[in-house]
Design a protein around this ligand. Structure first.
Ligand code: AMP
Length: 445
């Protein structure tokens, strides 16, 4: 017998509506390329997202299932695109600007992106891509001066696109399974492969991020989204923060340690996400002793292993908690997170740091197993090494228009990572089965 509850779908549109209804006064703050700060409310963002949705349809002819790409830093316009594209049934496709020109053009052509939104600061780079992507119909420039010169064909300024459009939007029809976002991974050898996130996977992943056992971010936090929006949808933070009404700070191109520290102090940031190189840089800067970040309480780190010495250093030198996470483009990305539990209280300090430096335990919604070379599932003994396989609510089931032998017959995804699971379920990655080409973020100036 089925339950008699409403089938109220889990969608991105609902997150946007909820954020505007419950937290209209919360803020989105962007560090602009020229060093100035742009600040507006969730409600302002909502109104412009409605306008953008209308413009996508009326001025660019975007229809359901169309892929719309972005080539941009983390900023408020990029956030508007994250919500407006799916609102029209389109698929938001952030392009990884750290890939090669050939890879970026391959990805645009493979995804058949109809429109690309390009940050003006990235024009010199993108102009090398565009001659190889003749099927793109429009290029929209973000943050560009009116008189900017570009070799891109069919360009329009972002603000001109929005101009004159209504702040009332009719959403395209959507279901939980409708694709809303897309990221390509260059994680293994061969051509980059596309991962298509659905309304449902995106919603559930974001909701799980907000559990106290996960990021632990709350409505009174101010969150710095350092992870690029082109790296696995900024790890889902644009959705999870809106679900709980956290203030969001977008760093734009300012990703060097001094700029991050300045943003933390300017905006009284409490939490941020980032890859290890970011946090190693911030740690070294703080160690100079010239500046402190008293508002900051917790960092979420992943993308590659974060050393125990760093976790200890942040905690003991600066009283900043580290949450070490593991994931991949194919897992939306968060799959495991490391936090101590009550029964770890009696461990020595050193043992506690050992545990925090593991990749941690599965999030609710994700299941991990270790499969040894002979194909058997390894016991959770902390010793038996094998390939990490994963399944769950936000794990890829197939690549977009590409074959792969990464999927097992019994419904698991083979990650290519190698490691162990201990008796408490803490995962320790020790190796990779294949060479890894990272699609994740390094910091640039
Ligand atoms: P990407 O899809 O580019 O984000 O890369 C995913 C890969 O990054 C994973 O398969 C791992 O090899 C690696 N990775 C991510 N997080 C961690 C972590 N916390 N520790 C070790 N490796 C990690």
């Amino acid at each position: 017998m089925n339950g008699l509850m409403m089938n109220y779908p889990l969608t991105i549109n609902y997150i946007l509506e909820y954020g505007n209804r419950v937290f209209p006064h919360k803020h989105i703050i962007t560090k602009q390329p020229d060093g100035s700060t742009h600040k507006y409310s969730y409600n302002d963002m909502y109104k412009r997202t409605m306008q953008l949705g209308n413009a996508l349809k009326n001025k660019l002819g975007i229809c359901p299932e169309d892929r719309v790409a972005t080539f941009a830093w983390n900023n408020y316009q990029h956030l508007e695109l994250y919500y407006a594209i799916p609102a029209m049934g389109g698929i938001c496709h952030p392009l990884n600007l750290r890939l090669s020109i050939d890879q970026i053009s391959f990805i645009i052509n493979h995804a058949e992106d109809r429109v690309v939104f390009v940050d003006a600061t990235l024009l010199p780079l993108f102009q090398q891509v565009a001659p190889k992507t003749p099927n793109v119909e429009h290029y929209i420039l973000l943050n560009a001066p009116k008189d900017i010169k570009t070799t891109l064909p069919n360009t329009m300024h972002y603000e001109d696109l929005l101009a004159g459009e209504s702040e009332v939007l009719e959403y395209a029809e959507t279901t939980e399974d409708t694709a809303v976002g897309m990221c390509y991974t260059s994680g293994t050898t061969g051509d980059p492969k596309g991962v298509l996130y659905s309304n449902r996977s995106t919603y559930l992943h974001a909701m799980a991020l907000n559990m106290p056992t996960a990021t632990g971010i709350g409505t009174n936090d101010t969150v710095l989204l350092i992870v690029p929006q082109f790296h696995v949808m900024a790890w889902g933070f644009p959705y999870s923060c809106m679900m709980i009404g956290a203030d969001m700070v977008m760093p734009g191109p300012h990703l060097n340690p001094a700029a991050i520290i300045k943003a933390i102090n300017d905006e009284q940031i409490t939490v941020a996400n980032g890859v290890p190189t970011i946090w190693q840089g911030v740690y070294a800067e703080l160690k100079k002793g010239e500046v402190a970040i008293p508002s900051f309480r917790s960092l979420l780190v992943g993308g590659s292993a974060f050393p125990k010495s760093m976790i200890k250093g942040f905690e003991e030198d600066f009283q900043i908690e580290t949450v070490h996470a593991w994931g991949m483009t194919e897992t939306s990305p968060l799959g495991t997170l490391s936090r101590l539990q009550k029964h770890h209280e009696n461990l020595s300090t050193d043992e506690k740091y050992d545990l925090l430096a593991t990749q941690g335990v599965e999030m609710l919604g994700v299941e991990i197993r270790i499969v040894t070379e002979d194909g058997t599932v390894a016991p959770r003994d902390g010793k038996t090494v094998g390939e990490i396989e994963v399944q769950g609510n936000w794990v890829v089931s197939a690549y977009y228009k590409a074959e792969s032998d990464n999927f097992t017959n019994d419904g698991w995804f083979k990650t290519g990572d190698v490691g162990t699971l201990d008796v408490d379920g803490y995962m320790n990655i020790t190796d990779r089965t294949k060479d890894l080409i990272k699609s994740g973020g390094e910091w640039i100036s």
